[in-house]
Design a binder for this molecule. Structure first.
Ligand SMILES: CC(C)=CCNc1ncnc2c1ncn2[C@@H]1O[C@H](COP(=O)(O)O)[C@@H](O)[C@H]1O
Length: 179
């Protein structure tokens, strides 16, 4: 077993399709099967709820970090092994960061992108060396990465920064990249 202890997963909180919910379950199950802790946004909604329920069903330890203002909106995961209620979004991100050894982004919306870009930019600025992994079996993010790739050579984005996230299509590969 690798030394990774806790993986933070970013993913959709909205009512997305079954293929995305199934992906979230596979990731939660895989994290638990490796004996790792899952860190998430602490809500029961969308993929976020699926990933945590699956991790616990597989015997995993889950840590949910939710701002008090979102406890109702995102339906705080009271069954979480640890549920950390924080004052606001900045504290949520800081707590998720402090408790994680690696990040996995799954398909998601604006919140997921916001979290992914913080992990990504802080890594290319050498503020940490935690793996930043994008697990995208269906090409959900292809348009985003194609657009960013188009900035190559324009001075807006460095080649090393573009190469920072580990992009994979398989859950096992995503977990291997965290190790
Ligand atoms: C003030 C400040 C630091 C804002 C940064 N913004 C955020 N920081 C942390 N989690 C977020 C932020 N915006 C949205 N999220 C969370 O990201 C999760 C996924 O959102 P989404 O469905 O991809 O849309 C949701 O739990 C949502 O609450």
């Amino acid at each position: 077993m690798s030394s990774t202890k806790a993986v933070c997963v970013f993913c959709a909180s909205g009512p997305v399709g079954e293929e995305y919910l199934a992906l979230a379950r596979d990731v939660g199950t895989g994290i638990a099967q490796r004996g790792w802790t899952l860190v998430s946004g602490g809500g029961r909604v969308g993929m976020m709820g699926e990933v945590t329920r699956a991790a616990r069903a597989a015997g995993g330890h889950t840590v949910g970090v939710i701002p008090e203002g979102l406890v109702h909106r995102e339906v705080a995961d009271e069954d979480s092994t640890e549920l950390v209620v924080v004052p606001g979004m900045r504290e949520r991100k800081a707590e998720m960061d402090a408790r994680s050894d690696a990040w996995i982004a799954l398909p998601g919306g604006l919140g997921t992108l916001e979290e992914l870009f913080e992990a990504w930019t802080s890594r290319y600025l050498a503020m940490h060396d935690k793996p930043v992994v994008v697990c995208d079996p269906g090409g959900f993010y292809d348009g985003l990465f194609a657009w960013l790739d188009g900035l190559r050579g324009t001075g807006f984005v460095g080649v090393a920064a573009l190469a920072t996230p580990v992009r994979v299509t398989m859950v096992d590969a995503a977990l291997d990249a965290c190790a």
